[in-house]
Design a protein around this ligand. Structure first.
Ligand code: G6Q
Length: 549
């Protein structure tokens, strides 16, 4: 195993990959497929009902051999074991990284600071289930005795993106007489629009915040309390209309929420890894405790696969390694995630936080400046919508953009021919990206010579096709865990801390210095540059002038 004080780029296997990438750049997928007629059947891994076709990647067997060697020499298995046994691998925050404990079965034991945390997880899950059933059954009443009809999750970042994504993804399974809304932005419009057509006495707020100090969430939470109290007039109403999800009982109590109505999680759960903790309370109310349990089972199955499957058949490991191949040896800057499933419309946004907050780091674990690229930019939209906008650049632009195309065999809403048409697009896009259309093929269509270059597609653009049976709570759990562990694989190879987020912490502190200046014209504690100072002055001066919409 490599000495972690030495950059991964100094490893002989890295240098071999570098040299090998120059050879692979000369190859074309058309030829790779023609030379090996079984490539499309061979370069596939099927596990846990996920069919992962990686044959349309710019790789050979030698590429895979070298990438797998890289994973091995980077101590990936050892690092996986450390995470699963609760070692403090988030070194800059001195914390264990144990989202895997959130989906561990009851009988498992994972010890953090001398305590088995699995029973704690199950205790909270039981409390969440009891509460969810009360709300779902109309037993939990608002202050005036009416049942709750609306559930609003107030949170941001990791305390919002997972709940929003999971609600949208699993909406098919949700209890339809309940409305779910999500307020995250400190822009008052978010709160105003979310509550515009709602009655306070039928509305339950879940204040989701690990720290219970985040400016956006606490501002929205106070606004929500004012909104409820303006109508219900008695502070006692807070108990019926507010619950909290947090690690910070003191702050929850200070806000006025009875800590009996607080659902706990722990510092070893990172925000972006928390959708299956109590942060998923809105998800559980929407889909019910049983469905939530089967989502956790899906996560757990992928955890076990990641922990135990040999690397060459290990889905997150392969996915992570392919990402490294393009990021570090082909200078690819981005990865497009293209789910052909309307319910997954927020999945790319969710993945942006998971991947970019985790692996957007410029120093290695020992604080040395990285000499290679780390995390790529993730982005995407559901297909087929994206095909009518940005796919043009993926097909014919000058940038290499590896794509993940995600599709399901069975639709949740079978409507006429729709699903076959949808899936025809998945297969056609992956095919076109890989094989393109040669100038001769374009000419053979009778295209005028001057138009030929415009209508030629060079192809050789890589993609993975990820096929699953049907979108269920369980498959969603597997899919999210697949990406979580792929991020882990990459972070381990780059030797960075994938579990801190100092850039986010900076954002939390930055505005604090300017707020008093804007609110009461107070002199700033900090001196601003001429641009910032001028912008602030202009804002203060002009906000006093009346302006009507
Ligand atoms: C996630 C980040 C960040 C965090 C939000 C909300 O990994 O730490 O996105 O989730 O800043 O923080 P709170 O849950 O503490 O309000």
């Amino acid at each position: 195993m490599r000495n972690k004080n030495i950059s991964v780029s100094a490893l002989p296997v890295w240098k071999s990959l570098d040299a090998h990438s120059s050879e692979v750049r000369q190859l074309h997928l058309r030829k790779l497929f023609a030379d090996d007629i079984k490539r499309g059947e061979r370069m596939v891994v099927e596990a846990l009902g996920i069919y992962f076709d990686y044959s349309k990647h710019l790789i050979t067997d030698e590429t895979l051999r070298l990438l797998l060697q890289l994973a091995k020499e980077s101590g990936l298995q050892d690092h996986i074991n450390k995470m699963f046994r609760g070692d403090k691998i988030n070194i800059t925050e001195n914390r264990a990284v144990l989202h895997v404990a959130l989906r561990a079965p009851k009988e498992q034991s994972i010890v953090v600071d001398g305590e088995n945390v699995v029973p704690l997880v199950h205790k909270v899950l039981e409390n969440m289930a009891k509460f969810s059933n009360l709300v779902r059954g109309g037993v939990w009443k608002g202050y005036t005795g009416k049942p709750i009809k609306n559930i609003i999750n107030i949170g941001i970042g990791g305390s919002d993106l997972g709940p929003v994504m999971a609600y949208e993804a699993l909406r098919y399974y949700s209890q339809r007489n309940l409305n779910f809304r999500f307020v995250s932005n400190i822009d008052g419009t978010d709160f105003a629009e979310a509550t515009y057509d709602l009655e306070p006495d039928e509305t339950l707020f879940i204040i989701s915040s690990k720290t219970f100090t985040t400016l956006e969430t606490m501002t929205n939470a106070h606004t929500a309390r004012d909104w409820v109290l303006k109508s219900l007039m008695n502070p006692a109403a807070v108990a019926s209309h507010f619950v909290a999800v947090s690690t910070n009982a003191d702050e929850v109590a200070k806000f006025g929420i009875d800590t009996a109505n607080m659902f706990e999680f722990w510092d070893w759960v990172g925000g972006r890894y928390s959708m299956d903790s109590a942060i998923g309370l809105s998800t559980m109310i929407a889909i019910g405790p049983e469905n939530f349990r089967s989502m956790l089972d899906g996560f757990h199955q992928m955890d076990e696969h990641f922990r135990t499957a040999p690397f060459e058949r290990n889905l997150p490991v392969l996915m992570g390694l392919l990402g490294i191949w393009y990021n570090n040896f082909f200078d690819a800057q981005t990865v497009a995630v293209l789910p052909y499933e309307q319910y997954l419309k927020r999945f790319p946004a969710y993945l942006q936080q998971l991947t970019m907050e985790s692996n957007g780091k410029h120093v290695s674990l020992d604080g040395t400046e990285m000499d290679i690229q780390t995390g790529p930019i993730y982005w995407g939209e559901p297909g087929t919508n994206g095909q009518h906008s940005f796919y043009q650049l993926i097909h014919q632009g000058t940038k290499l953009i590896p794509c993940d195309l995600i599709g399901f065999i069975h639709p949740l809403n079978p409507v006429g021919r729709h699903h076959d048409l949808l899936m025809a697009n998945v297969f056609a896009q992956a095919e076109a990206l890989a094989f393109g259309k040669t100038a001769d093929e374009v000419r053979a269509d009778g295209t005028a010579e001057w138009l030929v270059p415009h209508r030629t597609f060079e192809g050789n653009r890589p993609s993975s096709t990820i096929l699953l049976d049907r979108l269920t709570p369980e498959t969603l759990g597997k899919l999210v865990a697949l990406y979580e562990h792929s991020v882990f694989t990459q972070g381990t190879i780059w030797n960075i801390d994938s579990f801190d987020q100092w850039g986010v912490e900076l954002g939390k502190a930055l505005a604090a210095g300017i707020i008093p200046e804007l609110e009461d014209g107070a002199n700033s504690r900090v001196t601003h540059d001429s641009s910032t100072g001028n912008l602030i002055k202009r804002y203060i001066r002009n906000k006093k002038l009346s302006s009507k919409p």
